[in-house]
Design a protein around this ligand. Structure first.
Ligand SMILES: Nc1ncnc2c1ncn2[C@@H]1O[C@H](COP(=O)(O)OP(=O)(O)OP(=O)(O)O)[C@@H](O)[C@H]1O
Ligand SMILES: [Mg+2]
Length: 230
């Protein structure tokens, strides 16, 4: 479903990705692990189109994405939850969630809202409240729900557990399982490898802008956990 080939990303003189290739098959949950600065977010951002690649290609459902804007990539069926639980802080919780389903019509938006507020009662309880007033964990739920509100075929989750208490990690994990049950394909990054390894089928360990190892969760577990302490 997603094929990244020999991808290179540079920020001025800094080379953040040095020829990275990964594949994600339909229905898989693939984990990118690695220490700070390994290049995980750069890879995610190059897939959704927030950063430009200086070399290589990103193909989604057989289609080369290079020429498409972020918006077009989202409409092609890719959802994105950014690192650091970014929400529109003055916008209500409900509007934040539905920006992900923007342009899809009232029926699809209602369906998305009913589904997501069923999974996360918090969204219903706080629907009218400005999202900036929520706690960090609550904002992460909003960012996550926004990524899901378009019913994407592929969803990119950049550090969904960052800074969260165990109870919130469990809630997000449960929502990921519900997405998996719907057949959603998932590419997630996580420094906190332990809970993420429970959700993934396969993974890539990154360091210094390169893939160090790839394989099933069992095959990468030891290296992934070692990277956590770098
Ligand atoms: N906008 C930017 N401008 C300049 N350098 C950047 C920018 N974004 C990232 N970098 C650099 O690119 C490299 C890879 O960063 P990236 O954010 O992809 O890593 P990461 O694996 O997501 O790290 P973290 O776990 O801290 O989120 C780092 O050396 C970082 O300093
Ligand atoms: Mg990152």
């Amino acid at each position: 479903m997603l094929a990244v080939e020999n991808l290179e990303v540079r920020y001025g003189g800094i080379m953040a990705l040095r020829g990275v290739s990964i594949e994600v098959a339909k229905g898989e949950t693939v984990l990118l692990v690695g220490a700070n600065g390994a290049g995980k977010s750069s890879l995610i951002n190059a897939v959704i189109g927030l950063v430009n690649a200086s070399k290589g290609s990103v193909r989604f459902a057989g289609r080369d994405l290079s020429a498409l804007s972020c918006d077009c990539r989202a409409r092609a069926g890719i959802g994105y939850s950014p690192e650091g639980r970014r929400v529109f802080s003055t916008m209500s919780v409900k509007d934040n969630v539905l920006t992900g389903a923007h342009g899809r019509g009232k029926v699809a938006q209602r369906e998305a809202w009913d589904w997501l507020s069923g999974i996360f009662p918090l969204l219903k309880e706080r629907a009218a409240q400005p999202a900036g007033q929520l706690s960090g964990g609550e904002q992460q739920i909003v960012a996550f729900a926004r990524a899901m509100s378009s019913f994407p075929d592929l969803v990119l989750l950049d550090e969904p557990f960052l800074g969260l208490a165990p109870v919130w990690i469990a809630r997000i994990s449960e929502a990921v399982r519900q997405m998996q049950a719907r057949g959603t394909t998932i590419l997630m990054t996580e420094q906190m490898a332990r809970p993420a390894l429970k959700l993934a089928t396969r993974g890539y360990v990154m360091r210094g802008g390169e893939v160090r190892r790839s394989g099933t969760v069992a095959e990468i577990r030891d290296l992934a956990l070692a990277e956590e302490y770098l």
